[in-house]
Write a protein that binds this ligand. Structure first.
Ligand SMILES: [Zn+2]
Length: 144
């Protein structure tokens, strides 16, 4: 029986991934010789030299999962929420933005430059926070 799996481009092999810090499934992408095999990690998509996994003491799943957990920053979470608002906004209900108007939260506005927007916060009687496709902008309201 062969001790080593025969390397072939396109096959899946278990290899050590430096990025994942674990033995993960890799796809063979290039072979120069049996000792110089390039593989791509299916978990993190990084390309590197094939490194045989150690048979003992390599914890797989738990470590991989930890490395993959991406925590959203509060800003990213907020912007996701706003994106949803924007997607749900009905353009038919949008009113043309005017600096002299007074707005309420969730009002849908149409801005000549930024396009469709949703009022997310009333900052003070003369300032509102509006989410546009470009991001959140502070706008003037109730200008006398
Ligand atoms: Zn990896």
């Amino acid at each position: 029986m062969l001790s080593k799996k025969k390397m072939e481009i396109g096959i899946e092999v278990e290899a050590l991934c430096n990025k994942c810090k674990a033995a993960t499934v890799h796809v063979v992408v290039a072979i120069k010789s049996q000792d110089m095999v390039r593989v791509m990690c299916k978990t993190c998509q990084s390309l590197h030299r094939f490194k045989a996994p150690e048979s003992k003491g390599v914890k797989k799943a738990a470590k991989v999962q930890k490395a993959q957990k991406v925590k959203l920053t509060p800003e990213a979470r907020e912007s996701k929420k706003w994106n949803k608002l924007l997607l749900a906004a009905d353009p038919e209900k949008a009113v043309a933005y005017s600096m002299s108007s007074v707005y309420a939260e969730n009002d849908i506005i149409q801005h000549t430059k930024f396009g469709l927007g949703v009022v997310v916060k009333i900052l003070d009687p003369s300032k509102i926070s509006v989410v546009f496709e470009d991001g959140v902008k502070n706008m003037v309201q109730n200008l006398k």
